[in-house]
Ligand binder design. Structure first.
Ligand code: TXA
Ligand code: MG
Length: 320
């Protein structure tokens, strides 16, 4: 039995599962989410593995209130007015990450696919609120469906895709459609994804019309707004599938058989574990990028999470 009625005892039980670095499904007023501790890189890597996503799309980070959101992200006066008017609710705000929270509670770089921004949402559903309070950490949570499937609005929908996952049953999601996503990275906010919060309500708060994504963008781009936001791209030059290392290169290694090398080297997973490699990918890229101009990257097996890692490395290598 993996479906748990959402009572206080089960909420505490599933909060402990989150604390142990595992994923649980929980209801929000929009759709069910698949949540992990957003500050735990390995737990976040498991989300991509469980969902079967071929790419690392950035995830929505769920928090309890605006105060917790402001500890993680930078809110312009406009972003703050949107949050104050529509949180808790079906609104996700993309804001710059705070750079001064390194010491504690840092949200995993994998959760934002390496981007210097965070998508933040305070859900209104009492079960989501209770779980956030019990887990005492921000929850990275995409919709609780396999990649390419419909978003779930009942616990039984989640159980169909993920029969072995613990699911908190909070009944049917009242709205049944994902949250509306607004980008607040520039002065003028922009609608990144339509969702269950009517843009007219947001325009009323703003006192003017919202900017929309350009109409001529392809249908795929509309379906995956993350693609429209620039991918994380290192400054350094990346050389992929490197079997040897050249002078002045740093090495992003993988596995047990690494070339002997005296220079800077970070191993994504010394045991050749792809979940561990995914968990380390963006933080190691950031670290090497800060230290060097040329990075040699060893071959990564193109299976499971390896396909998503290779997708991201290829984009990073071709971004120059
Ligand atoms: O209603 C919802 O929003 C549900 C519930 C569970 O909260 N969640 C949801 O998550 O729909 P997901 O992962 O299916 O969609 C997240 C979207 C992605 O399309 C992604 O591109 C965008 O949010 N996103 C996340 N972080 C972003 C960022 N830093 N910049 C731009 N877009 C971002
Ligand atoms: Mg989804």
């Amino acid at each position: 039995m993996t479906v748990f009625p959402a009572n206080a005892e089960n909420i505490d039980k599933l909060a402990a599962v989150i604390g142990a670095g595992e994923a649980v499904a929980f209801p929000t007023e929009t759709v069910y989410g698949l949540g992990v501790d957003a500050c735990n890189d390995t737990a976040v890597a498991k989300i991509f593995e469980i969902k079967g996503r071929p790419q690392f799309n950035p995830l929505i980070i769920h928090i309890r209130d605006l105060a917790q959101a402001e500890a993680l992200g930078v809110f312009s006066p406009i972003a703050k007015s949107l949050a104050e008017a529509h949180w808790p609710g079906a609104l996700t705000l993309v804001v710059p990450r705070r750079s001064d929270n390194q010491a504690h509670n840092e949200v995993s770089l994998l959760a934002s696919a390496g981007l210097p921004s965070l998508a933040l949402r305070v859900p209104a559903h009492p079960v989501a609120q209770a779980l956030l309070a019990a887990a005492q950490c921000p929850l990275a949570a995409p919709s609780a469906n396999k990649s390419g499937q419909l978003s779930p609005t009942l616990a039984t929908h989640v159980a169909k895709d993920f029969p072995n996952l613990p699911i908190l049953d909070g009944g049917a999601c009242a709205k049944g459609l994902e949250s509306t996503i607004i980008g607040c990275l520039e002065d003028d906010p922009i609608l990144l994804r339509r969702g269950s919060l009517d843009p007219a309500a947001l325009e009323e708060t703003l006192g003017h019309h919202l900017r929309y994504l350009p109409e001529d963008d392809s249908q795929t781009a509309k379906l995956a707004p993350g693609r429209l936001v620039r991918h994380y791209a290192p400054q350094a030059h990346l050389r992929l599938n490197a079997e040897t290392i050249e002078a002045h290169e740093a090495l992003l290694a993988f596995g047990t058989k690494i070339p002997s090398y005296a220079g800077l080297c970070l191993n994504l997973s010394p045991t050749g574990n792809l979940t561990e490699a995914a968990a380390n990918l963006f933080s190691y890229l950031h670290e090497l990028d800060a230290a060097t101009h040329r990075i040699a990257v060893m071959p990564i097996p193109d299976e499971g999470l390896g396909a998503a890692i290779n997708d991201r490395l290829k984009k990073a290598a071709s971004s120059k």
